[in-house]
Design a protein around this ligand. Sequence first.
Ligand SMILES: *Cc1c(COP(=O)(O)O)cnc(C)c1O
Length: 500
Amino acid sequence: MNELARGFQFKEPPIFERGAPGRTAVSLAPLDVPAVDPKKYFGAAARKEDAGFPEVSEPEVTRHYVRLSQWNFAIDSQFYPLGSCTMKFNPKVNEWAARLPGFGRLHPYAPIAMMQGALELMIRLERGLAEIVGMDHVSLQPAAGAQGELTGLMMMRAYHQDKGRSPKRVLVPDTAHGTNPASCTINGLVAVPFPGGEDGICHPEAIAGLIDDDIAGIMITNPNTLGLFERHLPKIAEMIHAKGGLVYGDGANLNALMGKARPGDLGIDIMQFNLHKTFTTPHGGGGPGCGPVAFKKHLEPFQPSPVPRKRGEAYDLDYDRPKSVGRLRSFYGNFGMMVRAYTYLREMGAEGLKSATELAVLNANYVRARIGEEYPVAYDQTCMHEVIISDKKLQKETGIKTLDIAKRLIDYGYHPPTVYFPLVVAGAMMIEPTETESKETLDGFIAAMQAIAKEAHESPQLITNAPESTQLGRLDEARAARKPVLRWQPPAKRGGAANA
Ligand SMILES: *Cc1c(COP(=O)(O)O)cnc(C)c1O
């Protein structure tokens, strides 16, 4: 095989090792002002040698980054069943809309008169989101789900303080995402964990003994991270409300409810959306997210400021919010994500959103029914948009680990599911297919999982050495975290560095 490439997948050195002195990708006009000597301005602090930037041509720099991008996994190349993250396909029409010059080139300091369209879009998106979840208002400001949780709990705290109280305890089930207790702690609240029942969901009896006068509220994810619908939520909400507490809904799993059930009707007072999950704004490449919060009337005074509003025929921003928790994000939030989410809502319509939910649930149940006996389903019953399987049986019979299976899936061309979460399932693999995948794709994934189970029995070294098809093989993750090499070093010096 070619030393430099696997087919068209290229080995690519750091860009510092490309190019040659004097080579350039730009043509600058000759200097037409007097040259200055940096020493005159910076004295001894002036740089004495070249910064050492790479000197490369336009084709070299273009190929460098395109090749690196080909090493990456993307939703545009293959199935991405990362549970709880709702890695659905991002329709390209969203990108068209976000690039319309009136949106894409709008400056956040533009005068209000020039922002009318953007403000109208924000208010329309707020209305649409509020209707989907059965709440009265939405603030689009938070930058991601975790910041939405933070905002929601800040509002919860402000609500209690406005009543002259400062209860501290927030009940959080043991299946919760790690951001839930973290958001409590950052807010000076105390997360009080409680266990789910044998059937994987929360029961009123489990919290009855935990509700006292110090209860600020409960944080609950519905469906929960086991992919199961929290059937007792209305009763639980009633118990919390009876003691003056509030119900926070972690809305990350909204893809299982749209058009079918409204969190507001189930007793939730405040919740976040993850537009980068449910509403197809990009996700997974480290770009910006958007985590709006929806809330009922009684929490309205506390929402982040400024608040977009319509006055007569015109739109403006309301800064006069004495009880507001304040500004959570520079300017008005990640506006480009709002344009994409609004475009998605308009493309789908109410019927489209409902069928997205139905297909997401159907796909997860298809995987559940077909995954095979090597991977028993945890809490085996009809699931919502995701299914949690366990590889405990395979581990016991063959000694391979959950991480090994995840790494081997990469060689089969699939992004691994979420592993080791939720914590209540030993050897958990959390598979969320989403509605955007076809039956053929799911069949391919199931076949890969079954082939890996066979390998585990017959040739386990294939799995424990995986991945073998990527640019870097199995990384020493502990060493990479403890001794990260963040600076470029010449090849000669790179020898023993972690992951070199
Ligand atoms: C993704 C997720 C979050 C956090 O959302 P981010 O947008 O990643 O900050 C919280 N809870 C659950 C259940 C999630 O899946």
